[in-house]
Write a new protein. Structure first.
Length: 317
């Protein structure tokens, strides 16, 4: 199916975007193929007149819990007890599933066309994904993790994550998730803000490193990427050391601007490495990747984290 969107105001989604008028957006099989002048021939296209409305690429939300609508709660509540009650009978399960689908629909109506769920109730997220694909419900494209894997007293344990007491229980939950045909696996490594009982506790380590490694190794053998909840440098360090995946990439074109300087990527040649992820950038020492990563993180956060890790302090002799 070829469609042409006319008489709209286009927003391209980039940081410095400016509204563009007098253009036509052309698509084929729901993929953008061109942005053309208004004079382009539209033979063979279904023409959709936007009547001055705005049009932009779909947004992507990479951290979603479809078990909730995202609104802050007026008072603390026992989410684990609530989930137990929800799953206690067929009626409450059916009502809860309809709510999950309605929250997914809200994402879509807000312009989000892809969501990644990272902790949910039972198998509701994969069910909603499949019902959406079958056009039974209106929802964005969903990459689903279903229930996360946590530990007793850990982040979201008992609500949108299962509390694993040992490696065997964590691996059993991974097997269950695989049978539910999830798209990724989510670990709850540190505490979280919603679980905190006092200041400073959200970043506390909860999941032992050997459990992180056991789940990551098994998940990778099954072909899954592993995401993680980490709210401290110690949590990030444990995640990276034990196999949690890093999901970021940048375009290396051979050089990158730093203020008035143009810094070359010495290993990428004149044309650069192209789109490159963290592991390949580390292995190939890609200047462009790490400069862009640093620019996105910001100097203040880099310095703060370095100080927490002890960098700049006098070494023990």
């Amino acid at each position: 199916m070829k469609r042409a969107y006319t008489n709209g105001i286009l927003l391209d989604g980039t940081e410095q975007m400016e509204p563009v008028q007098g253009k036509v957006l052309l698509t084929e099989n729901d993929k953008i193929t061109a942005i053309a002048d208004a004079s382009v021939s539209l033979d063979g296209y279904e023409v959709i007149d936007l009547h001055g409305g705005y049009l932009c690429p779909g947004l992507i939300n990479l951290h979603v819990h479809l078990a909730g609508n995202g609104k802050p709660s007026a008072k603390p509540r026992d989410n684990a007890a609530l989930v137990r009650k929800i799953l206690s009978n067929r009626l409450t399960r059916a009502i809860a599933y309809r709510l999950v689908c309605s929250y997914a629909k809200l994402e879509l109506l807000g312009g989000v066309t892809t969501v990644r769920t990272v902790g949910g109730i039972a198998d509701f997220d994969t069910r909603c994904r499949d019902d959406s694909a079958a056009e039974k419900v209106l929802a964005p494209r969903i990459l689903a993790a279903n229930e996360g894997i946590s530990v007793p007293g850990g982040h979201m344990a008992g609500s949108v994550a299962v509390a694993a007491h040992n490696n065997a229980e964590a691996l059993a939950q991974l097997k269950k998730a695989s049978e539910q045909k999830v798209d990724l696996v989510k670990l709850m490594i540190t505490g979280g803000v919603l679980d905190a009982t006092e200041k400073g506790t959200p970043g506390e380590m909860k999941m032992p490193p050997e459990m992180i490694k056991a789940v990551c190794d098994a998940a990778h053998k099954l072909g899954y990427t592993v995401a993680a909840h980490t709210e401290s440098p110690a949590g990030v360090k444990a995640a990276l050391e034990n196999g949690v995946d890093i999901d970021c990439s940048y375009d290396c074109t051979g050089s990158v601007s730093v203020g008035d300087l143009q810094v070359k990527c010495e290993t990428g040649g004149d044309d650069g490495h192209g789109s490159i992820g963290f592991e390949d950038a580390f292995a190939q020492s890609c200047n462009s990747f790490f400069i862009q990563l640093g620019q996105e993180i910001g100097a203040d956060d880099i310095i703060e984290t370095a100080q927490k890790l002890g960098l700049g302090k006098k070494a023990l002799t």
